[in-house]
Design a protein around this ligand. Structure first.
Ligand code: MG
Length: 154
């Protein structure tokens, strides 16, 4: 068994018309995050956790933000690609778990859909939790912390 951890943060974009995409789900049609790809901090944190567990470096090694190919990329596809790399390296995902920290909007109505998309992308159960930065209203974006367990192929 191998464990990996990933953290990602994105600030809200100055262009308020961008959709907010988290865990592969459009949770809001506005108030999106700034980033080179679709800025899905949840998919990015999980992908980094997979890479960490597999000992395959980090997301920036595989998908440099200087590479135009990843501009506006669907981060669920990026997560699938990372899981494929781990599979090629001889690992199977056992499960993933993540906590999303944000002030608004409320994620409760979207958590099940996010978990479903992420579980589909990772081929294993992924749970999604959300918490608000109580008394720390200055978080001007989204933070996600993820943990992933991998099993070596027999
Ligand atoms: Mg990111």
């Amino acid at each position: 068994m191998r464990i990996g951890q990933g953290i990602d943060m994105h600030a809200f974009a100055t262009d308020a018309t961008l959709p907010l995409v988290l865990g592969g789900v459009r949770v809001s049609e506005s108030g999106g995050l700034a980033g080179h790809s679709d800025a899905d901090a949840v998919a990015h944190a999980l992908a980094d956790a997979v890479l960490g567990a597999a000992g395959l470096g980090d997301l920036g090694d595989h998908f440099p933000d200087t590479d135009a190919a990843w501009a506006g990329a669907d981060s669920i596809e990026l997560l699938r690609t990372v899981v494929d790399k781990a599979t090629s390296a001889g690992f199977r995902v056992v499960n993933g778990d993540c906590t999303v920290v944000l002030e608004a909007p409320k994620l409760a109505p979207h958590r099940a859909a996010m978990a479903e998309r992420l579980s589909d992308a990772m081929g294993a159960p992924v749970s999604v939790k959300a918490t608000r930065p109580e008394a720390m209203p200055s978080l001007d974006g989204v933070l996600c912390i993820a943990i992933v367990l991998l099993e070596e192929d027999a």
